[in-house]
Design a protein around this ligand. Structure first.
Ligand code: ADP
Ligand code: MG
Length: 291
């Protein structure tokens, strides 16, 4: 670890303070596991429902350490050429056309070189001179093949490009992998990572998060908002409101100049929190907003 840059990672307390100063309010479990991941040089797998602060944790980690954030957004069909590298075929083709008649051995040495290499996020992190934060977001959307590819890099910290040789990481990135739990990840991947399950925060922390992110909000209203959200989460819903929705709701109420939550305002704005008809009617019943 570079001591100048990563002073924020020297203890659990300093991780906690540094995250807070970026606007991200961690609990003890978050601060502890981030500290350990940095200390043990292990990737951190963060699992949990949408909107609980998985992606933001990586962003805040980059902000607090002053490291560059390199992000691989996963989706179905992502393969080696999106994870590691691909060749710039257009440029290669142009070179081949321009050098017609040249000896092929010479030419292929030419066109499979740095100048024609398109680095993708994982290779970029491996080759970066300065330490980085590598965010591999929503890894559960990858197929098993692409997951296996990552596995190799995450344990060896090296990438082999047949035409150019093996490249070893100069500095180990801080790696955050996130998963929405849409499928089980492989045992092998889990074994290489530290694990954090992020869930909805308790009332106190959620209120603090709301006040942190929407500082114009009166404290009493923040408290009311969070109490309603937390009671709605107790219901059996298709999609419980996350921190993201709590924040949206807080901003909505601010725009409507609401100072205290009454049943009519609740009724009018509930759809900011809940996006399914059945969830809405269940919450209305629960909150006793029926006509
Ligand atoms: N601990 C926290 N402190 C401050 N803001 C948070 C915290 N957790 C989540 N948020 C906010 O909640 C929203 C959703 O977070 P995000 O990281 O996008 O969720 P996820 O990646 O889990 O779907 C963002 O606006 C983020 O800033
Ligand atoms: Mg996310």
């Amino acid at each position: 670890m570079d001591p100048a840059i990563d002073a924020s990672l020297v203890s659990v307390e300093s991780v906690s303070d540094s995250l807070s100063s970026t606007g991200y309010l961690p609990d003890a479990a978050i601060a502890t596991i981030v500290f350990l991941a940095a200390r043990l040089n292990k990737p951190l797998l963060v699992e949990g429902p949408a909107g609980v602060g998985k992606t933001e944790l990586a962003r805040s980690l980059a902000a607090m350490t002053g490291r560059q954030l390199i992000r691989l957004q996963c989706y179905e069909g992502v393969d080696e050429s999106k994870v590691l590298y691909e060749w710039n075929y257009r440029k290669q083709l142009l070179r081949i056309q321009a050098e017609q008649g040249q000896n092929w051995d010479q030419l292929s040495g030419d066109i499979f070189s740095e100048e024609f290499l398109l680095e993708r996020p994982v290779l970029q992190a491996v080759r970066s001179d300065a330490p980085t934060v590598l965010l591999i977001d929503e890894i559960d959307k990858l197929d098993m093949e692409a997951e296996a590819l990552l596995l190799e890099v995450l344990s060896e910290w090296q990438v082999t490009i047949p035409e150019m040789g093996t490249m070893r990481a100069v500095t180990t990135p801080l790696v955050i992998l996130t998963s929405n739990d849409s499928r089980e990840l492989s045992e092998a991947l889990k074994r290489r990572c530290l694990y954090l399950h992020l869930d909805y925060p308790d009332l106190e922390r959620e209120k603090a998060i709301v006040l942190q992110r929407v500082p114009e909000l009166p404290e009493t209203l923040a408290e009311q908002i969070v109490k309603v959200v937390q009671s709605i989460r107790e219901l059996e819903l298709k999609k419980a409101p996350s921190i993201a929705e709590t924040l949206d709701w807080a901003r909505t109420l601010l725009h409507l100049n609401v100072t205290t939550l009454d049943p009519e305002t609740l009724q009018r704005t509930l759809s900011v929190l809940l996006k399914f008809r059945s969830d809405l009617s269940r919450a209305e019943q629960h909150l006793d907003l029926g006509d």
